[in-house]
Design a protein around this ligand. Sequence first.
Ligand SMILES: NC(=O)c1ccc[n+]([C@@H]2O[C@H](COP(=O)([O-])OP(=O)(O)OC[C@H]3O[C@@H](n4cnc5c(N)ncnc54)[C@H](OP(=O)(O)O)[C@@H]3O)[C@@H](O)[C@H]2O)c1
Length: 343
Amino acid sequence: MAIKVGILGATGFTGQELMVLLLRHPQVEIAWLSSESQPGTDYGKIYPQFQGRLPASVGILRSFADVKATQPDVVFSCLPHGASAECAAPFAANGKTLVIDLSADFRLQDLAAYEKAYAHPHPLPEVLKQARYGLTEIHADAIKGARLIANPGCYPTSALLPLMPLIQAGVISPDGIIIDSKSGVSGAGKKPTETTHYVYANESVAAYGVGDKHRHRVEIMEQLSLSAGRKVEVLFTPHLIPMERGILSTIYCDLAPGKDGAAAEACLKAAYAGAGFVRIREDFPRTADVKHSNFCHIKVYQPAGGNKLIIVSVLDNMVKGASGQALQNMNLALGLPAGLGLA
Ligand SMILES: NC(=O)c1ccc[n+]([C@@H]2O[C@H](COP(=O)([O-])OP(=O)(O)OC[C@H]3O[C@@H](n4cnc5c(N)ncnc54)[C@H](OP(=O)(O)O)[C@@H]3O)[C@@H](O)[C@H]2O)c1
């Protein structure tokens, strides 16, 4: 039996990336693709790479009103926060559909933290508790059989994959962590803004959301606090770099007393032994190593003469940071091999 899948916001960057992956998945059948701004348009006209690859009736974009009463097996919501929870609501309530939300709407358990960070009331607070945070390799058990999955943010995925096992195992101190991240421009979505416009972004590097300002910091801190069993605060500064896709995070932290870089490497190798998509590298990874793939590559390094640990983590923001991890979560939730259609 094919798994019938609908995509809310198929016209955006993550929707497009998801389509690339879903068309390779051996068990998925696309049920519908939605768009609010272009219903009735042929998806292949927007993205010619999909021409002739979908049945004609499926390739015509449908409005939310047109699809909201349908009950596909899986709905991926690739919409902006706020709109995403509202549009996911009927599917989350129908008792049949697995909902995987790529936005931030279900990522934070702390409602007040969500409303402060995103500056609007949560559209669906009563459903928040049902959501499982889909950092696949870390939360695999909780994702199996889940009905509503909050797909993690791209920056948080790059930081949490190395940090959570190290904190849980007591290899690093949860205090004083500094995360310095660089992202390609696709992280900002399809619609260019003044600061993501080619002329502004090209041949330039800029920090934004510095230190305590970016919303992903709240997500990172909530997950690290759950790992540590106490409140964890971090400093997080993202940078926009003139690159299409990819994230590189350089993380500075303190080793716990008696621990060293070798212990950190051993901890991560043990945590990810057998995990298909996380690699602990001997050398420093580059974003190009993981471009268009669902892999996260990590290197840990202890500089001489101190107790600092430096972690470098890379992933593709559109794949492991969004649509690839979402598909990995679908596979796990439905009892399929996590890497189906991804490796
Ligand atoms: N880009 C990344 O690297 C990345 C990584 C992780 C998570 N995310 C998250 O994934 C979600 C989608 O990101 P994206 O990069 O794909 O964004 P995007 O390229 O801007 O696409 C979002 C799509 O949502 C639709 N849309 C926009 N505003 C809407 C509204 N108010 N109501 C209903 N539909 C609306 C638009 O489709 P129509 O105009 O056709 O209606 C648009 O094509 C966001 O929540 C984002 O934060 C993105």
